[in-house]
Ligand binder design. Structure first.
Ligand code: F6P
Length: 369
């Protein structure tokens, strides 16, 4: 009997339960060779040996549920000054008699998974997750499509009141480093302007477009901005700056969390853009941050299926002993690749996140006057 642990780390994303369910069911098919335990609240669950049994009956009827039945946290086992946490987690792996561990998470979680495999030889398999869709090496992460659906539905609803009042509505979407949610949502919502982290713009670019709308007889405007959008001329710090080579990199002049992520205050960018639009155009403008609504709700059908495919592939990587690998989707195929060369730590500075391809910026611009 081999013991397999599963954990979910970082921000939750619709589809996490699909992965958990698929790992459990696929391993159960291997003639009872595997016993699966869930580690509660991400890496904290490994550190504290806080587990729950995951049998096939435990994972019944969770496919359609958002969130994660295991709970999650942003516990960083490699945080400076917390070396004891790392030691405890490594010890817990043997004390729990684990033979393998599936770590489902975004860049932060996958980076820890990579180190634990590389430096401590733990049998870890990574599964990429984030609504932001910015993990390198995989075309899509589950959760992304559900969040785009949520945000698009919200804008459909907001359009009604925006039109009634002939206002400008600024909608802020999640996305610290990459504008995937913002671009897809903006394009799906006929937005009049889309501002993403990957492309620095000036507030005057936005107000010009809003004025254009009015000049063409359109009496309302929808502006979609990413929480990490890089917009000059508003009252916030730029998050992404160009380096000497002309590449976009994270600015070092911003507040960071324990993983080095930029700390963002929901609504900060949206509010600043709305205030500037109103001041510069005289048009009544409102702002709304969709915030954690984009992580809430049930996973859409696509994410249920993608999560299931990722979970099955993770289970098969365990059966094959392909540790140190992570599950990826390339084109139509779901496969595994070694984490080395994919996780953030092993990437060049400007390639740490999977950013929007130029096509999306151009696609958005095609519709501007
Ligand atoms: O990890 C994805 C994400 O949803 C980001 O888009 C967002 O900036 C962040 O998490 C919010 O994190 P928290 O839930 O810790 O506030």
């Amino acid at each position: 009997m081999k013991n397999v642990g599963i954990l979910t780390g970082g921000g939750d994303a619709p589809g996490l339960n699909a992965v958990i369910r698929a790992v459990v069911i696929r391993l159960a098919r291997e003639r009872k060779d595997y016993n699966v335990v869930g580690l509660i609240d991400g890496w904290a669950g490994l550190r504290d040996k806080n587990t729950m049994n995951l049998s096939v009956s435990n994972v019944d009827q969770i496919l359609h549920q958002g969130g994660t039945i295991l709970g999650t946290s942003r516990t960083n086992l490699y945080k400076k000054g917390k070396e004891e946490d790392l030691r405890k987690a490594i010890d817990a792996y043997s004390q729990l008699n684990l033979n393998a561990l599936v770590a489902i998470g975004g860049d932060d979680t996958l980076e820890i998974a990579y180190y634990l495999n590389r430096d401590h030889k733990l049998n870890v398999i990574g599964v990429p997750k984030t609504i932001d869709n910015d993990v390198c090496g995989t075309d899509f992460t589950f959760g992304f499509w559900s969040s785009v659906e949520q945000a698009t539905k919200a804008i459909d609803d907001l359009r009604v009141t925006t039109m009634s009042h002939h206002r400008v509505m600024v909608i802020e979407c999640m996305g610290r480093h990459a504008g995937w949610i913002t671009a897809y949502t903006g394009l799906a919502s006929e937005a009049d302007y889309i501002a993403v982290p990957e492309k620095a713009v000036h507030i005057d670019d936005i107000t010009r477009e809003v004025k254009n709308c009015r000049a063409h007889g359109k009496l309302h405007s929808i502006v979609v901005v990413a929480e990490g959008a890089s917009i000059a001329g508003i009252d916030t710090k730029p998050r992404i700056v160009k380096n000497d080579k002309g590449e976009w990199v994270l600015s070092s002049d911003v507040e960071k969390d324990s993983f080095g992520n930029t700390v963002l205050r929901a609504g900060e960018v949206g509010e600043a853009v709305a205030a500037a639009i109103e001041k510069k155009t005289g048009l009544e403008t409102r702002a709304i941050a969709l915030g954690h609504l984009q992580r809430g709700g049930a996973p859409c059908a696509y994410d249920r299926v993608l999560g299931t495919r990722y979970g099955v592939k993770a289970a098969e990587a365990i059966i094959a002993g392909n540790y140190g690998h992570m599950v990826v989707m390339n084109g139509l195929d779901v496969t595994t690749r070694t984490m080395s060369g994919l996780v953030r730590e092993t990437q060049a500075e400007h390639k740490k996140y999977k950013l929007l391809p130029d096509e999306f910026m151009k696609l958005a611009e095609v519709f501007y006057e």
